[in-house]
Ligand binder design. Structure first.
Ligand code: A5P
Length: 230
């Protein structure tokens, strides 16, 4: 099974959990895009849902496919959000997200969601966060260098993300992203809290204590992982 086929299998398994009448958060990224395609197909077959996209990209895909969109203003409680991740920690199901550039809206929607379902191929599963992925941190453009120095004091090595033309990458909110290498992270909850206190930081790609379930695909099929608490 190719990696794309695995992503699609995980996405299809998550979309099977969606029922008519639900408010559904639409994640961002290549795996979430498979889920949006599957929702479009099911909506054409009669599934009646309203959706809240977490990025301009997902908004466009959903609109083109004819999904009915809504907002958090109209629907403050989201039943289920299906989203991808860059790293998923076994057990806690804490995440690193945002390599695709959409972490702020993703976290706002996730925080309003009853069941955050993460879909991924098996390469995303790790014992400890931070081994392969930096932590994307969305910062306001004003004084970003100073914000970066504050992040360095927390042990991170920030790099300003650039788009393919070499210009600083801009998020949907017009902000910048600092990809911050921390190495293996001992305490993601503490790091998320510490980063949130840094002046100039808008949001971080550490998502702790939010995931209800992860559907992880390998060549042998899709495994359901539930968060282990305590
Ligand atoms: C979007 O910014 C991210 O949070 C994505 O959810 C994450 O990067 C996973 O993307 P892929 O499914 O494309 O790997």
């Amino acid at each position: 099974m190719s990696r794309d086929a695995q992503k699609q299998a995980a996405a299809e398994a998550a979309v099977a959990l969606v029922e008519s009448g639900m408010v559904v958060g639409l994640g961002t990224g290549s795996t979430a895009a498979f889920a949006i395609d599957a929702l479009i197909r099911r909506a054409r077959e009669g599934l009646s849902i309203v959706c809240i996209p977490t990025s301009e990209r997902s908004d466009e895909q959903a609109r083109k496919g004819g999904l009915v969109l809504t907002t958090l203003a109209s629907h403050p409680q989201v039943d289920v959000t299906i989203d991808g991740a860059d790293e998923i920690a076994r057990g806690s199901l804490n995440l690193i997200k945002g390599l695709g550039g959409a972490l702020l809206r993703e976290k706002i929607v996730a925080a309003a969601t009853d069941r955050l379902v993460i879909v991924a191929d098996e390469t995303k599963l790790v014992d400890r966060l931070g081994g392969t992925s930096p932590v994307p941190v969305e910062v306001v453009p004003f004084g970003w260098e100073t914000t970066g120095r504050r992040i360095q004091r927390l042990g991170g090595t920030p790099t300003l993300r650039r788009d393919p033309s070499g210009a600083p990458y801009r998020t949907d909110g017009g902000n910048l992203i600092l990809d911050c290498k921390f190495g293996l992270i001992d305490d993601p909850v503490a790091l998320e809290a510490a980063l949130a206190q840094v002046i100039g930081v808008v949001e971080t790609g550490l998502f702790t204590g939010m995931t209800s379930m992860a559907l992880v695909a390998s060549s042998t099929g899709v495994v359901t992982l539930r968060r282990v608490t305590g």
